[in-house]
Design a protein around this ligand. Structure first.
Ligand code: OXD
Ligand code: MN
Length: 590
């Protein structure tokens, strides 16, 4: 957030296209007032005080959590709603079997009726924002209109809000229009609609981050993935992290894991004491925009400016950086409280909850104290491992792309794809157990290609084709890997320690990128031999290591059959290259 500067031209006069749109939304929604957000610290303080006065925010213990607040959402509004999220393209096939589709005219008419008069008695906030460093040619802008001050606060942390964004919009002549109202927070009158052909989003009836902070999933993934295809780049659900080896060589990697599978932890990884000399720098923890550069490499920016992370499980052991980072200037959503008004969540080694996430006296028989999808919102600048390159307008060059899922069995700890084309199949085949980040059953295995199942704004078949096209333009393409930190022993215990020790696997990858590490061929790709992984200082037996690196042909033949059934649902639009790669895997399995 910037500090206030004297205004020369009022914000509301900087871009005619924005002003006209705001006026048409004002006429439809009939708010009591309109506020153009500057994104300054003063404004953040002012909105926070207003919400405290209105009983919507709780100020937390100022000694232990200075400038931290708690927001409690409606109990029926705690996660993304994939079944109410639509891609509204003129042709149904363009949205694909991976999306809910609605005819854009029908969707617009439906939303118009929901939005009509919905802001009476409320303030309409106009939030001009930039996704990505303001001076980067890779960044893109949008304007969100919302009637939620909580959403406005979150957007000020998660994006670059205010005058520079609006100036850029005036120059670019293009922006994503995001209209949001919490409505009555009625799950039966809740829709998240995307109109990629018009660069527009309409979201009604939810205040939850992924449904309401329109710069995040709606713009930076669903709309941006569509824009990226027409402009020749990729918008991906990936963290970006820089790893500096003891020899001083830094590589950046981009990793796609489904929601709540440890992306924030990996992005802020603390090297274990037994791997001295390594340094880790966070560029982003959730979204990457990847552009082919003129040097044949893939360059990445993080379009976000903050973190909207899952709180439960965060502690000094799992993520020391995040634990430190969220001890001041943090907005918590749906955590529990201790007797002295400190936030509390499952996985904290100290303190005890007395009030649960719904504001009721804590009663263990009623479920967890903090909601499993409770969140922190905090500026990236508070992250002790924030990369000095994160604000670089050119982005960072990517050496490796890593896909992963949460699988008890089948997928080994790590393997390397044989080529970019094979890597696209590996990404397209990602499967993972579902988590609390979305409404629905938790723990069921589903296909989540490139971790984009909830976020790809168009037909996956076209998206995979686009991946193949982008790869063909890269003379120095990143290597592609797959990881599974969640493999279990037959009795259910996790085989791999995870967290900081994941660096051991990443170190092997980087050595593969530099041509220094060995690997063994397998039917599904290249795996480290036990001696290729540094396991020094780990309490890991040879048998466990072998289990982690094993590929069971019988299980994999079944997996390949499953993948084929899944890919075939994309019909004739499916790039034949993917089936070709799948057949080659099948032949290797014998
Ligand atoms: C998120 C998600 O909030 O993926 O990042 O659900
Ligand atoms: Mn995410």
């Amino acid at each position: 957030m910037a500090t206030a500067v004297p205004l020369l031209i009022p914000l509301s006069q900087l871009s005619r296209a924005v002003t006209d749109w705001v006026e048409s939304v004002r006429a439809l929604t009939q708010p009591a007032g309109v506020r153009w957000c500057e994104g300054t610290e003063e404004e953040y303080g002012e909105l926070t005080s207003k919400l405290i006065r209105e009983g919507e925010l709780v100020k937390l213990n100022a000694e232990h959590f200075p400038d931290c607040h708690l927001y409690r959402s409606s109990p029926s509004d705690v996660a993304r709603v994939e079944h109410l999220t639509y891609i509204c393209t003129n042709s149904r096939e363009d949205a694909g079997p991976n999306n809910n589709w609605m005819d854009p005219k029908q969707a617009r008419a439906k939303m118009r009726e929901l939005f009509r008069g919905c802001m009476r008695g409320r303030t309409l906030y106009v939030i001009p924002y930039c996704m990505g460093p303001i001076a980067s040619p890779l960044s893109r802008c949008g304007v969100e209109i919302t009637d939620s001050a909580y959403v406005a606060l979150n957007m000020m942390v998660m994006t670059r809000v205010g005058r520079p964004a609006l100036e850029r919009i005036a120059r670019d002549g293009k922006f994503v229009r995001g209209l949001h109202s919490i409505g009555e927070l009625d799950p039966n009158r809740r829709f998240i609609m995307h109109f990629p052909e018009e660069l527009a989003i309409e979201s009604f009836g939810s205040g939850y981050g992924g449904n309401a902070l329109l710069g995040k999933k709606c713009h930076a993934l669903r709309i941006a993935s569509w824009q990226a295809r027409s402009e020749g780049w990729l918008a991906e659900h990936m963290l970006i992290v820089g790893l500096e080896s003891p020899e001083g060589e830094t590589h950046y990697i981009a990793c796609a894991f489904p929601s709540a599978c440890g992306k924030t932890n990996l992005a802020m990884l603390i090297p274990p004491a037994s791997l001295p000399g390594w340094k880790v720098f966070t560029v982003g923890d959730d979204i990457a925009w990847l552009h082919p550069g003129s040097d044949g490499r893939l360059w990445a920016i993080n379009p976000e400016a903050g973190y909207f992370g899952v709180v439960p499980g965060t502690n000094p052991e799992t993520n020391r950086n995040a634990y430190q980072m969220i001890r001041r200037e943090t907005l918590f959503t749906n955590v529990a409280l201790t007797a002295d008004n400190q936030p509390w969540w499952e996985g904290l080694p100290t303190g005890a909850p007395v009030v649960d996430w719904q504001g009721r006296p804590y009663d263990a028989s009623k479920g967890p104290a903090a909601h499993p999808n409770s969140r922190f919102t905090v500026t990236a600048r508070r992250n002790p491992s924030y990369s000095p390159r994160a604000e670089d307008p050119r982005g960072v060059p990517i050496s490796a792309i890593v896909f992963g899922g949460r699988r008890r069995e089948v997928a080994p700890l790590v393997y390397e794809a044989l080529s970019w084309r094979h890597g696209v199949l590996v990404g397209a085949s990602v499967a993972s157990e579902t988590t609390a980040a979305a409404v629905g059953q938790v723990g069921v295995v589903r296909r989540d290609p490139m971790a984009m199942q909830p976020f790809c704004g168009y037909n996956f078949a076209d998206y995979w084709r686009h991946w193949l096209t982008v790869g063909a333009r890269l003379s120095r393409a990143p290597k592609i890997f797959h990881v599974n930190w969640f493999r279990r022993a037959p009795r259910g215990r996790f085989l791999w320690p995870g967290f900081g020790d994941n660096l051991r696997v990443l170190a092997w990858m980087l050595d593969r990128c530099s041509g220094r590490a060995g690997a063994a061929e397998s039917a599904i790709g290249l795996l480290p031999r036990p001696e290729d992984l540094n396991t020094q200082g780990l309490d890991l037996g040879q048998q466990e290591l072998r289990a982690l690196l094993s590929v069971d042909p019988a299980l994999w033949r079944k997996e390949v059959a499953d993948i084929r059934t899944y890919l075939k649902t994309y019909g004739s639009r499916l790039p034949p290259e993917l089936l070709g790669e799948l057949e080659a895997t099948e032949r290797r399995l014998g």
